[in-house]
Design a protein around this ligand. Structure first.
Ligand SMILES: [Mg+2]
Length: 449
């Protein structure tokens, strides 16, 4: 039997990331209860709260006015997503020095492959010391506190982090089953509600229960997933870390306007400009859409919505915007109330091949070249030197609506990877690259205690 090395995977996760970023950006907030809230005038919900605020009972998802009521001395911060992205990138820059393989996930979590570290880097160091060095350095250089978990798979490492928070927890080889025994299956990241219910129907509330079920039953009920879950619950799920950059399946945008907009033409212009931005983003990721939906929320929180399914996948602004305008006029005809929020979703995505073809230039290819050029110019000039008609109209319309930004701070993994390494191909696809990176990490590992 060949002896495969046991996988050791470290999960690192920023503590109350958005709130920690606010404190990193403003030292006066240190030690105070802090939460980040959405909405225009502090009338939204809490997006993140630090540990001091949590002590008062402030929770994610709570209304900001409720948070202010139970914690009157706390500080409400407006989100600064661009800064969060910058700090996230700085955090990953530090992390990537500590393992040849780093898988970043949006926006404050990452997985590091520690599988061969005990032979190559650690020798005289315990995992806990190495992780402490990493988190200390992130604290020193980025001012973000992080927690971490080390285990035999990324799923288990994430679970360990959740348990350790704030701090570090290692689940040593052989301890997996014991660690999981009394933990609820709900703690598994990404487990769907219906699967939880089906497991509960089998009497399996904890991983211990799952481990005692016959594996054939789980396979019969849930297929491959059931088999994996059984192995996981028995501490036998040993999964190597791989950088897998998946295409996104949807893109959406939700924007609360700076004030309730009574002018529907202005709201439409805003929606078109946002759709243009989203379509451009999809094209940059070489994707196109088959379905599109628009939801308008009014100032009394009632909503109307409509959607459209294209016969063929689309990538051109002219076609998508014409359809969006049609939906908008359709759902708004009988309305009178001012618009509070605009939500657009594009899904049922298909690949868009913008690579040059042998048979001359296709439309998609020309659009791809145009998008690339536009994007490069915008990155170089840092502003919006190139505008579509809708964006120009928007800028003329009103200074407040100018330059609309996506509210969602989550960059797809594909983009994060590109930003870190300048390519979305696996940076370690070459064996020699891996050796080089490992040598670099080794050097980094020779720290003193
Ligand atoms: Mg976090």
């Amino acid at each position: 039997m060949s002896s495969k090395p046991l996988n050791r995977i470290l999960h690192v996760d920023g503590d109350s990331f958005f709130a920690s970023c606010e404190i990193a950006l403003n030292k006066d907030l240190t030690g105070r209860p802090v939460w980040v809230g959405g909405g225009r005038r502090g009338d939204g919900i809490v997006i993140a709260a630090n540990k001091h605020a949590k002590k008062f009972g402030v929770k994610t998802g709570m209304a900001c006015f409720e948070a202010a009521r139970i914690c009157p001395r706390g500080v409400l911060c407006k989100p600064h997503y661009d800064e969060y992205r910058r700090l996230s990138q700085e955090m990953f820059r530090v992390l990537e020095e500590y393992s040849p393989t780093l898988v970043p996930t949006p926006i404050d979590e990452g997985f590091l492959d520690f599988t061969t570290m005990d032979h190559t880097v650690w020798r005289n160091t315990a995992a806990a010391d190495y992780v402490k060095e990493i988190s200390d350095r992130i604290w020193r250089e980025v001012k973000i506190p992080v927690s971490a978990g080390l285990a035999s798979s990324s799923r288990l490492a994430k679970l360990a982090t959740d348990v350790a928070k704030p701090g570090f927890l290692e689940i040593k080889p052989g301890e997996e089953k014991d660690f999981l025994k009394n933990r609820s299956v709900r703690e598994l990241s990404g487990i769907a509600k219906n699967r939880q219910r089906s497991l509960a129907a089998l009497g399996a509330m904890t991983f211990g229960h799952v481990a005692n079920l016959p594996s054939t039953l789980l396979k019969q009920k849930f297929g491959i997933w059931g088999q994996q879950l059984w192995l996981f619950a028995n501490g036998r799920w040993n999964e190597p870390l791989m950088l897998e950059v998946k295409d996104r399946t949807t893109i959406s945008s939700s924007t609360t306007l700076p004030y309730d907009e009574p002018d529907y033409e202005a709201a439409l212009t805003f929606a078109l400009s946002e759709a243009t931005r989203m379509t451009g983003q999809l094209r940059r990721e070489q994707l196109q859409l088959r379905e599109l939906s628009l939801t308008i929320r009014f100032n009394d929180f009632s909503e109307v919505s409509g959607s459209h399914r294209f016969q063929h996948a689309q990538f051109q602004n002219s076609i998508i915007n014409t359809t969006l305008e049609g939906i908008f006029r359709d759902i708004m005809t009988a309305q009178l109330r001012p618009v509070r929020q605009i939500r657009i979703a594009m899904w049922n995505l298909a690949r868009l091949d913008t690579q040059p073809t042998l048979w001359g230039r296709t439309d998609a290819e020309r659009w791809g070249a145009l998008d690339d050029a536009t994007h490069k110019l915008q990155e170089q000039l840092g502003k919006t030197p190139l505008m579509t008609g809708a964006q120009l109209a928007l800028q003329k319309l009103d200074g407040v609506h100018k330059n609309p930004k996506a509210k969602c701070p989550f960059v797809p993994q594909r983009e994060m990877v590109k930003k870190l390494w300048g390519t979305d191909a696996d940076p370690l696809a070459n064996k020699s690259d891996w050796d080089k990176r490992l040598a670099k990490v080794s050097k980094q590992g020779q720290f003193r205690h």
